[in-house]
Design a protein around this ligand. Structure first.
Ligand code: UDP
Length: 364
């Protein structure tokens, strides 16, 4: 089976820093190849992931340009998608697995072969772009909850959901050599939907130590924020709602934390806090926390109730005030249980096996 996986022109695969879609592709592709799938990857030129073949137009990621509103992006996505169409025209691809938002659906519709589009993004963002989906195109969600909020046009074409995975889940005993300390961590972009303001207020009110890790818009370090664009909605959220509760002792912001430092920060926390205000679609940071043996406390919405077993690997509530009280209790849950669940459910091999089953069905 030869599959063209389209990761888009945004960032290299794997991403050098933050990168959602690119991380998923980097996690999935090696496992697909281990299962015997030949992978042609459509990406940018400086991607380092090993594949059977690469298709690219741009030498490196076009993320800064693509941060502009969707309809003002002149030519980058179409040029990339055109290269995909040209490659498929050679006639030796069995299926295209697309990760490129709405433009990907248009490309899939133009192809005369099975196409699967994975929904990675906020489905309410451009409902108009999903108006017409060609009959042979299929979509999958990254959680059942995400699909339940999708426009009807998308849901009609759904083959179900495949939860996200993390290489950290491989081997239940894998764990950075750090002991637990008495702090909670919120790992993720600092943005209203992820609720860092709620976490910070609860930490101050209920008296627990809290570390916030993640970028504020394009700003990765506290010192970059001094000259930040005040019109960026995440910068405004940080300044107005979060920063007033960040005192540098009880509540700290450490900026973006990557790689080993991120793993140690999460593994060293008693609790990973997800004070969600949006329907988190896939929750990579949730499965990473469990894989690192850190129980979750969170708002029961989005994918959280699917990923976290209430009372076993975390504690969930719909009540924002109660969430503060759950932090202590969640910290007492068994960290081994979290790692074992992650090793059963959230490994790259589990994710790839699910996708392979879907590919086989669509090709048949
Ligand atoms: N992340 C990171 N360092 C940070 C903040 C986030 O490495 O400081 C990573 C996090 O570990 C996860 C990804 O960024 O792998 C975020 O993905 P998730 O699905 O949790 O949220 P999204 O940003 O896609 O909404």
């Amino acid at each position: 089976m030869r599959v063209l996986v389209n990761a888009g022109p945004w960032l290299s695969v794997p991403p050098r820093g933050y990168g959602g879609i690119e991380n998923v592709v980097a996690t999935l592709v090696p496992e697909l190849r281990a299962l015997g799938v030949e992978v042609v990857l459509a990406t940018v030129g400086d991607s380092e992931l090993s594949v059977d073949e690469r298709v690219s137009v741009f030498p490196d990621g076009q993320f800064p340009l693509l941060q502009r509103p969707y309809n003002q992006v002149c030519g980058v996505v179409p040029a990339h998608q055109h290269a995909v169409l040209r490659r498929v025209a050679a006639g030796d691809i069995d299926l295209v697995h697309d990760h490129v938002e709405a433009a990907g659906l248009t490309t899939l519709a133009a192809l005369n072969l099975p196409g699967l589009h994975t929904l990675h993004w906020d489905l309410q963002k451009h409902p108009e772009l999903y108006g017409t989906i060609d009959g042979h195109v299929r979509v999958n969600g990254v959680s059942a909850d995400q699909l339940s909020h999708a426009p009807e046009a998308l849901r009609r074409h759904s083959v179900g959901h495949v939860h996200l995975a993390t290489p950290l889940a491989v081997g239940a005993d894998r764990k950075p050599a750090v002991g637990k300390e008495a702090y909670a961590v919120v790992l993720g972009r600092i943005t209203a939907g992820k609720g860092q303001d709620l976490a910070a207020r609860l930490a101050q009110r209920k008296g627990f130590d809290l570390i916030l890790a993640g970028p504020v818009g394009p700003y990765h370090n506290p010192e970059d924020l001094a000259a930040a664009d005040p019109h960026n909605p995440d910068v405004a959220f940080w300044r107005e709602k979060v920063a007033p509760h960040v005192d540098g002792t009880r509540v700290r912001w450490v900026g973006s934390v990557m790689g080993k430092a991120r793993d140690e920060l999460v593994a060293g926390a008693r609790v990973a806090l997800f004070p969600l205000r949006w329907n988190e679609p896939g929750g990579t940071a949730v499965v990473e926390s469990l894989a690192l043996g850190t129980p979750v406390a969170g708002i029961a919405r989005g994918c959280l109730p699917e990923l976290v077993e209430h009372g076993r690997t975390g504690l969930l509530t719909t009540d924002e005030d109660e969430l503060g009280d759950l932090v202590g209790a969640a910290g007492a849950l068994d960290e081994r249980e979290c790692r074992e669940q992650a090793a059963l459910r959230f490994t790259p091999a589990v994710m790839a096996a699910r996708y392979l089953t879907i590919y086989e069905r669509l090709i048949a």
